[in-house]
Ligand binder design. Sequence first.
Ligand code: AMP
Ligand code: ZN
Length: 472
Amino acid sequence: MQTIRLYNTLTRSVEPIVPHEAGRITMYTCGPTVYHYAHIGNIRTYIMEDVLEKLLVYAGYEVKRGMNITDVGHLTSDADTGEDKMLEGAKREGKSAMEIARFYTDAFFGDCEKVNVKKPEIVVPATSCIDDFIKLIQILFDKGYAYMAGGNVYFDTSKVDDYYRLTGHSADDLMVGVRDDVTEDTNKRNKTDFVLWFTTSKFGEQELRWDSPWGYGYPGWHIECSAISLKYLGEYLDIHAGGVDNIFPHHTNEIAQSEAAIGHPWCSHWFHPRHLNDKSGKMSKSKGGILTVSALEENGYKPLAYRFFCLQSHYMKQLVFSYEALANAQSAYDKLLSRVAAVKAEAEKSGEAPDENAVLEYRQRFIETVGSDLNTSLGLTLLYDVIKAELSPATKLAVIEDFDRVLSLDLTKAAPEESAGEDLSHLEELLIKRAEAKKAKDWATADAIRDEVKAAGYMIVDTPEGAKLKKI
Ligand code: AMP
Ligand code: ZN
């Protein structure tokens, strides 16, 4: 078992992941709020979390991973203001909140599958755990951390010693955002207190409500993740993951309430991939729709080219999305597939067996490289080194397949058999240009490209995974 080092938001340093129980890692991931499609920014976070989980397994750990589905309680602000996002989705589409949740949960996992993001073994909708939230809130009451005011149950942050531990910011730095909150909710004893359970209050329209010792109502967002994680992964959590926006207030509040309830430190390693934004600085709606993996596909881009695009950069760097950047990534990805196809063809022709020792050596190097703060771009460099190395084709192919357990780029599966042994990168660039021309409704250029490709001996076949080349 090799050590994996990863930046820990809690300690502000790159540290080895040391599981509470040797060899076994528990990992919790904040799941999607299913009131709309997940945009490609959200998916970037899930891709990096997927790489981390697969790297840990590749390095020999047993990983138990859980994720919630937020289908109640996440308000339009990350604090306690605005309306429930699920209610917003239900109103927008004239459906019930549960119909909305079901539809967008399926859409989320559908998009995850397209980019080879594995579904965690434990996936729990918040609405299935109401009793667990109530039990946890009761414990917080019994221990003196919760109070009622104006019909809601609040967590008293003044009872916690080091509330800002995760953010590293002083209270004053964070007050800017919090102060607005205060003017809206005078029930709170302290500015940073947050709602554990809503009852009457101003959210009377809420469709999903349950009985509780504090009245008919519904849970706050933060309690969901604490309760689900504690229930399924136990009192000692090794890794907690979520996008950088979750650090405050969501994860800060999760730590406060979990540790108040269990009475000891809870999670040792906090993993926060940075955001993907567009040039306007925010990843949100574009041309009337959310930019999803499926939308990329409709525009002629392969979902796995998007995964490749994400792996080319470090997760701690903000990433700016543009179709131009994605087209470059797709072109590089297609070239890589062609090169792997050539290796595969040679390996099959040779009929040789791979050198298993070399495969193990490369595995070790890959773990060292990517396991140094999830350096996926250096992992890709190592992959290119393997393709160029003085190894037999069979060994190269075995190493590539091995790396792909973590990269999940379908490196050997997607390699087009027709192109094995040939460098088709020029034609693949033409496919990208054709997709752009089609998007711009420039049919003349699209047709001209089709003719050019045909003259090179290939026809273009449009498939749900994007345009493909087929030898004539
Ligand atoms: P949500 O569905 O809003 O609860 O978010 C799902 C996940 O996506 C969370 O881990 C968020 O932190 C993360 N996230 C939100 N916006 C972005 C973004 N622009 N880029 C990357 N991750 C994001
Ligand atoms: Zn969460």
